[in-house]
Design a binder for this molecule. Sequence first.
Ligand SMILES: [Zn+2]
Length: 507
Amino acid sequence: MRRKTQMQQNTNPRDLQVMDFNGDIPMPAASSSKRQQMPGKRTNTEFVVITYVFFAVFLFLAGYFSYFLTFRSESFINHPSNSRISKLSEHTKRGSILSSDGKVLASSSESQDGHTETRTYPYGRVFAHAIGYSVNGLSGLELEANFHLLRSHSFIVDRIRKDLAGEKTQGDSVIATYNAELQKCAYDGLGSYQGAVVAIEPDTGKLLCLVSKPDYDPNTVAADWNSLVSDNDHSRLLNRVTQGLYPPGSTFKILTAREYLREGGTDDDSFKCDGVYESGGYEIHCFHGSVHGSQSFKQAFANSCNTAFAKTGLSLKKGGLASCCKDFLFDTPLPTALMNTKQSRFRLKKNASDPLVMQTAIGQGDTLVTPLHMAMIAASISNMGVLMSPYDIDHIENDTGDLVRSTTPEAYGKLISKKEAKKLRQYMRAVIENGTGRALAGKSYKAFGKTGTAEYSSDKNKAHSWFVGFAEKNGKKIAVAVIMEGAGAGSSYALPLAGKLFDNYLG
Ligand SMILES: [Zn+2]
């Protein structure tokens, strides 16, 4: 009976095939053995997969946590909707902001009862947009450094004593990279013009000065608030260095020249200028009716010859200028510690008409740039193609002057090759030696640059005055962008102001 039962259970034909002749003990078939092991194996595989998934999730979270702590935490803490940061101000007296040359740019004083703080800006309008304000919201460096200014690294015993006495501890001081003397020079140089001046140290990215006009008095922002926010005609609160979008005019020829040379053009390619170039029923004229005659490409750059560059623009590959602009970070968030910066804009479709291509090549068309971006382009050319990310906090100190932390210069990366940067340096030097920038020749320092006169209305007599360039002396360097709205020729207004900055900084 027992055997019969066993036989009845082994009715699978494949099992029967491997049955012993004796019919007593069925040998386990290979397939049968596989079938018996499969559930165990599947469990193992599932376990391994789940382990890997959990491990990957863990790695991702650990990675994101590190990234957040390193790159995002400060902006998160600084966010205006973070109510905890305002709690800090109940226990800490807002720290001071000083210039790199030791001048106080912002400081706080307390009322007798210790409940009210008054923020004072000794330089007033001169540093308005660079330092910003801290009432009715925050702007400028006051916004960027808010967390540091409300944190205290003063001596622990002092902190405890003040805490017990119900007094505020002194917040840390922020030492900015701005040079007060250079800032004053830029502010005075811009005079009554609207516009922007910004200077960067090319090999570190330190911001040396930042002026935007029209401006406001940071000492009276609260009282002036209604008039400031309703000022649509002049936008006095707008930081034109970081947020002003302007046509670049002939300063854009730096990019057109780079693309032309990249596509195989040479310094000595010959261009003949009789003052006007026509294509597609549209004429491009040289500035103020100039006729430059026969000239090399390099000399056409130095002369800022519009007809040569209109022709150059038409000779470029479709999409060539767009790719060049991409290299120079157009339509890209700028890598900088400065907050709320706008992106420069480049627009030129591959099937664009000849007139639009010609206009774009000479910096008109639909291109718009911020002064900060143009200064960064100049700085990267000075620094052999490598762009250093601009920053304005040099270091943080506690109330006794001990270092809390300092900023390490950071290279964003190479925008163009060293060879290309060297070539553009030669072109920008030719502008000073025998072109539109001759006013800066023969100085104790070596200046490089490009002037620009950017039309912005149908009235051809209205133009912004531009200069973008840099100067070097004994290893000390400064890159600048200057724009004076509606002033006129770049060589007559922006260039002399850049010269004043170079004189002031490099002597
Ligand atoms: Zn010309």
